[in-house]
Structures are given as C-alpha cells and as structure tokens.
Design a protein around this ligand. Sequence first.
Ligand SMILES: [Zn+2]
Length: 389
Amino acid sequence: MKSSDTLRNRVFSAVKPKRLLDMATKLVGVQSRTGEAKGVLDCFADLLKAEGFNVERPEADYPQAPAVAVRWAGKKPGKTLQFNGHLDTVHLPFVPPRVEGDLLRGSGSSDMKAGTAAAAEGLLALRDADALDSGGILLTAHDLHETPWGDGRQLDALIRAGYVGDAVLIPEYLNEVLPVIGRGGITWKVSIQRPGAPIHEVMRPAEPNVIAAGAELVRRLLALDKDLAVNRDPMAGPESLFIGQIHSGEIFNQYPQICRLEGTRRWLPGTKRADVERQFRAVLDEVAQATGTTITAELCLMRDAFLLDQKNPFVPIFQEAYQSLSDRPLPIGAKPFCDDCNTFWSLANVPGITHGPNAGGAHTLNEWVSISDLSRVAKLYALMALEFC
Ligand SMILES: [Zn+2]
C-alpha cells in the first residue's frame, strides 16, 4: 500500500460514527421522490456548508433541483476520485427515519442516502486528518436517478459540465461482489391500434383484431428473446427481451381498439443501443404490416451497459483497500441492476466501482441499512483516496 499504517490509522480514527448517522438520518428525513429531490439536496448542501466546504449547486439540466458538488483538493496536484450518490427515492409512500439497534430504517436508507452520507463522512475524515497528500475528491449528489420517473439526465449533464473524476465510487447497496460487468437496458411500451372506436362484437367492422396482432407480436418477441439468449456472459447472463404486461379490451363482447404491451430489453457491453432499438422497431413494423394495425412504441433508456477493465489499476487498488478492512478478497461478479456507474462508463469512459453498506429493502417500504457498516464504507472511501489520488 502507498499510505503508511500511521496515516491510515489517523484517517480511520477521524471517521465519526455519530456524525455519519446524524447526516444519514437527516437525509432520510427529507421526502425526495424522484424529480422532487430539491429539499434533500438543499439539506445535504447545508450540512456540507456547515462543515466549511465550498458547495456548488450546478443546475445540470434540472433547475427544479440543482445538484450538489464539492471539490476538495489535497496538498499537491494528482488524480481526482469522485464519490457520487443520487438522493432521489422511488415513488412509494414516505417512511420517516427510525433507528432500531444497528439498523437505520426509512425511505432511501438503503437506496442510497445513507451510503451517500458514508461517502461524505469519508471526505470529512480525510479533511479532519489532513491526510490527502495529492489529488482530490469530487463529491456529487443529484436527482432523477430512479426510472421511470427520472431519466438520468441530471447526471449526464453533470458529467458533460466537467463534474467528473478520474475514477468513481458509488455507494449503492451492493457489496457482495466487485462488479465488473452489467447489462444495459431499456423499458418499452407498445400500443397496437385499429382505426375504429370500441364497439359490440356483433357489429364489428372489417378491421384488424388487435388482440390477434398482440398475440403475433408476443410470438415474435419471444422468438427474438430466444435468439438473443445466444449472446450470454458467464457472469451478467444473457441478452433478453422480456414481456411483463399485456392488456386489451374492456368486457367480453366488445371489439377492442387497442392492445398494449410493456417490457424490457437488456443487452451486454459491445451491443449498441441504437442497434437494439432498430431491431425492436423492425419487429413492430413487420407485425404492423402483416396485421394491418398501427403500432407505436415508447422506448425509455434505463442505462447503457457497463464494463470495468479488470486490468485498470483502480481495480487492484480497490481490492487491496477492501481486503485491508475486511480480511478477505471481494469476488469478481456482475451488477444485477443498472446504476450510475453505467453512465460514467458509457458517457465518459471513467472506471467506476459500485460498493456500499450492508443494506436491503430497496424499492420497498422496508428499507434498512446497517449503521456499523456505514463506518466501514466511510473508511474504505477515505482509504481509496489515499491510495488512488
Ligand atoms: Zn440507487
């Protein structure tokens, strides 16, 4: 390791569990559904200002809830390590913060307000211990992460405006593996239509049957899924086309006008998103042609695919730092979900590692995070700065 035992111990003892828990609890206490995260971003900015940091509030394509950015430099120039978190939560009823033994519960405790607080505590520890010799930390937080309410454009705009480091750590609720690959994904909504209005089936006009067209589309999409599955990664799994919903008709004897389907399409690194969309739309066009219906589609990007080059020095640095705190190596694996690391890689070619506290219940009313593990994450992030910058 680059850093000395003495320096590491100084930084680790500068991590203050109570300050960290206070910050996490305050962030969880502010309601912040995706698109409505201004209050929690203001709260985070105020907490950082109170700690003496110069806090920037770039609008980043979403003036309703300006992002938060803190640049903090070490003594000499060097590489910048970014800590990035989203402070918006999925659209579920608000659950206020509550401490129960070692657990902090409440909306966003797992996904990912407490993790973001741990990253900030890592920065505070580095500052308090006066430990960073070279390089710097860029801490960023933003809204518009969770789909389908958010489209990720605030982070895209932050990166384009230069709020991007040489490598990034993302404290999402994942720490069982070191994720080196992840599938990209879109959600899709398709609407199959005939021209006329809904009508009693005995009086139906000579117009195509939208349920039959829907069945034909399902058949072709399932065949496409089978073809796609040939392209498979041993860790991330296959490319896929998934159908999650199909709806048509109001009652048993009415000739329906519309058939709606929804689902996802996931792909591996190396496949281009534009090709994915072209291929999907080609199937729709064929079915529209064959059935005489009009088919329209709405495609919404979750995130592009993610890949981390295991030969990038950031990976062994992380492994060594992790092992020094956890006494075991972290197995290499896949990331099951799309997160902001995908954006950093696909937009800026910046290596990123998703690693956060022990936590669970993301996207449910029962979110929780382990309070003791938050300090481990804060120490790990601070140590990564010592080793990487
Ligand atoms: Zn998240």
